[in-house]
Structure formats: structure tokens, C-alpha cells
Design a protein around this ligand. Structure first.
Ligand code: PLP
Length: 409
């Protein structure tokens, strides 16, 4: 059975061009880039070129502002703990209630240490309220950490506007953004587009590079305390021999994504729209989460009321279709998505929400296959739902009253 992979916000296939670019650095140019002999000098040069490649594709930043890490979670931890440890005189952090756990849990840890954290909420479409953000800024504010786009819904936050406001209010506030879901999908220019962002995190495996490599952009002059000691690498900010093949991989992946972005994202956006329109047309009592917000072109989070996401995923998996409910980090638990809860998505919709996330490797045929099969899966599960009227193929008249919810949009 063919696999139809629609879970690219969880991880992506390594692009063949990336794999090819990495290969020699395992078996031929495997030298430690810090060693003094000639072959190692070449490895070191390749590392430098990869770093410059990443810097160029983030708007032409200084390559020394690029720190390679093991993943976006590490980058987020390094950014937030690093800012806190480097600036102990301030103890207030602003973030949102819809961040990835790699930001939420770091902020909770700092809360336990006595930091004050403002958790900004979102509206029904997943948008932040800029006025609330402005009101949260205070003379004690150490940093802001707000994601660029949400991994579950694809909702994009106005990071350019928020970072400008923060810096204009107080230039010493450090602004961090988790751009794991946007790098490679949206243009990122840290020189002219996002000049007020001090730190930005992302990960290779969301943009067709392997798992195990990430980036932390750290703007020159930003005061952070290093978190890995014991080596001179990355100018002492992250000790440890560089993972050369993977760094070559992430640089190549970013090069490819940037070069093909206009074409790929337009095509992916059309496929996503086809999937969204087709499902909404074929399935009653469905809603798109984040519909009214600016969203990543590849992401569709859609709720089918009165059934369980897990049941759908299981049946889809039997048909070769890979999707998810919630984020990769929360799936497998029975906890409903914290993102959809923050959006006040009705109870029956949270539990019946699925995320489809596409990539440049998806095809129209794959989307049509989902459109053919998913409506049947939903219909079959609804037959078992006590809230569904099978004759009318609609929710039972008393369904919402029994569930204590009134909204079904
Ligand atoms: N941040 C966001 C927004 C993500 O979507 C993810 C992964 O799903 C991460 C951070 C963590 O990435 P990694 O697996 O590279 O640590």
C-alpha cells in the first residue's frame, strides 16, 4: 500500500539533493573541523560555507550569528534560559498559551524559579490581540518569546509588528521567535524584514533536512549566557564538535527551500485549498480551525464534530494516509490540544480535529484519494456516535444541549 504522507509539520522526508550533499561528509570528509591537518581544513571550510549559506538565506546576517544546535527544542531552551541567565536583573517574560511545549515548559520552569510569565491568549481564529501584548510590556520585561507560526493550526503571528513594538517600547527587551514552522515556507529576512528579532529558532527536519540538527540565530550584542561549556566551537556559545554532515544538510535544505519557495508554496497552497474545500463540501458539521486567520499554505486543521480524532487516524492509517491530531508531542496522550483549547474550539470539535500538513512532495492524486476516503471514515464513525442522527445525516437536535455547548459553526 502506498503511503500518503500528510504530516509534514511533524517531520519531513529528507530531500534527495540534501542526502546527496551530506553523503561525502560521513565517509570521506569525516574530519574534525577543528583539527590542524589539511583534510580537516577542507572540512572546516565546508562547515564555514554551510554556515554562510544559512546566514545568506536568513537575509544576509553575519555567519557568526548562526549557532548550530541539535533541534529546535534545544534552540528554544538555549534562547530562553540563555536570556534569563544572562540578564538576571529582569524577571518578566511574555509568551503565548499556544507555543510549542519546547517554549511552554521552559517558561513554566522559570515560573517555578520565581519569574513572572504573561501567557497571552488567542481568539477563536487563533489570532493574538496586539493591544494585550502592548499592555503586558513592563519595565521588568526581560524577553518576549512568541512563535512565528503555530504548528497545529498554521496560524501566523505578526512577528514583525510585535518585535518592533517591543523594541520601540524598550530596546533592552530581548525578542525571540520560534520559527520552526516558517523557515523554508515563508521568506525570513532578519536584516530588513525582521530587524527587531534578536533570536530565532528552527529545525532541519521540518524542511527536508534530517532530524538532529537545528539553528539558533543570535543577533550580535544580545546578552545570553552559554549553556554548553567545554569547547571553543560556535565561539564558546555551544561547545561540542560540530555535526558537519547534518549542518551541510540543513544548509542545503534551506538553499533548496528558498530557491523553490514561490513555486512550491503556491502549489502546496493550491493542494491544501483543494483538500479543505473538498472536505468541507463532502462532510457535514465540519469546521476549519483558524479559518479566519493568516495561515501557512501547507497546513489544514479541520474538525469533524461528534467523533474522535484517534478513531479517524487509525482508520486513515489503515488506508495508508498519515495525518495527526494535535502536535507530534501531544499525540499519544488523551489530553486535548492546548492550542485548540486556547482558541475555545468547542469540546466536540477539539476531539474530532485532525491536522493535515503538506509538502512539496504531495500530489493532486494523493489529495483526491483522501477526498474519496475520509468522508466514508467520518460517516462510519458517526454511525456509532450517540450525538449523530443517521437518518438526517446531521447532529441530533439535542446533541449540543446534552453536551452543554451551543456553538456549531
Ligand atoms: N517548535 C515548533 C513550532 C515545532 O513545531 C516543533 C516540532 O514539532 C518544535 C519546536 C520542536 O522541534 P524539534 O523536534 O526539532 O525539537
Amino acid at each position: 500500500m502506498k503511503t500518503i504522507y500528510l504530516d509534514n509539520n511533524a517531520t519531513t522526508r529528507v530531500a534527495p539533493e540534501v542526502y546527496e550533499a551530506m553523503a561525502p561528509y560521513f565517509t570521506e570528509d569525516y574530519f574534525n573541523p577543528s583539527s590542524m591537518y589539511e583534510p580537516a581544513r577542507q572540512t572546516s571550510q565546508a562547515l564555514g560555507a554551510a554556515r554562510k549559506g544559512v546566514a545568506d538565506r536568513l537575509g544576509g546576517i553575519d555567519p557568526r550569528e548562526v549557532i548550530f544546535t541539535g533541534c529546535a527544542s534545544e534552540s528554544n531552551n538555549a534562547a530562553i534560559f540563555g536570556a534569563a541567565r544572562g540578564n538576571p536583573e529582569r524577571r518578566h517574560i511574555i509568551t503565548t498559551s499556544v507555543e510549542h511545549p519546547a517554549v511552554i515548559e521552559v517558561c513554566r520552569e522559570l515560573e517555578r524559579e520565581g519569574y513572572k510569565v504573561t501567557w497571552l491568549g488567542v481568539d477563536r481564529d487563533g489570532n493574538l490581540n496586539v493591544r494585550e501584548f502592548i499592555q503586558a510590556l513592563s519595565p521588568a520585561t526581560l524577553m518576549v518569546s512568541i512563535m512565528h507560526a503555530n504548528n497545529e493550526t498554521g496560524v501566523v503571528f505578526p512577528i514583525d509588528q510585535l518585535s518592533r513594538i517591543a523594541k520601540q517600547t524598550d530596546p533592552s527587551i530581548i525578542f525571540h521567535t520560534d520559527a520552526t514552522q516558517t523557515v523554508g515556507k515563508l521568506p525570513i529576512d532578519l536584516v530588513s524584514g525582521l530587524p527587531y528579532v534578536d533570536m530565532l529558532s528552527f529545525s532541519g527536519h521540518k524542511l527536508h533536512a534530517p532530524k538532529g540538527v537545528g539553528v539558533l540565530f543570535l543577533r550580535k550584542g544580545t546578552r545570553v549566557r552559554p549553556y554548553l561549556f567545554g569547547g571553543h566551537q560556535a565561539e564558546g556559545r555551544r561547545a561540542g564538535t560540530e555535526n558537519v554532515p547534518y549542518i551541510i544538510g540543513i544548509s542545503k535544505a534551506l538553499e533548496l527551500a528558498t530557491e523553490r519557495m514561490d513555486e512550491d508554496e503556491a502549489r502546496v497552497g493550491k493542494l491544501r485549498d483543494r483538500l479543505e474545500a473538498g472536505l468541507m463540501e463532502r462532510i457535514p458539521a465540519a469546521q476549519v480551525n483558524g479559518k479566519g486567520a493568516e495561515r501557512l499554505p501547507n497546513t489544514l486543521n479541520i474538525a469533524f464534530h461528534y467523533i474522535e480524532g484517534e478513531g479517524m487516524l487509525f482508520q486513515l492509517s489503515g488506508l495508508g494516509i498519515c495525518a495527526s491530531s494535535g502536535s507530534a508531542c501531544t499525540s499519544g496522550s488523551l489530553e486535548p490540544s492546548h492550542v485548540l483549547r486556547a482558541m475555545k474550539v468547542p469540546f466536540t470539535a477539539i476531539h474530532g480535529s485532525l491536522r493535515f500538513s503538506l509538502s512539496r512532495y504531495n500530489t493532486e492524486d494523493e489529495i483526491d484519494y483522501v477526498l474519496e476516503h475520509l468522508p466514508k471514515v467520518v460517516a462510519n464513525l458517526r454511525k456509532l456516535s450517540p450525538y449523530w442522527d443517521n437518518e438526517k445525516n446531521a447532529p441530533r437536535a439535542d446533541a449540543d444541549a446534552r453536551l452543554g455547548q451551543t456553538h456549531l459553526k
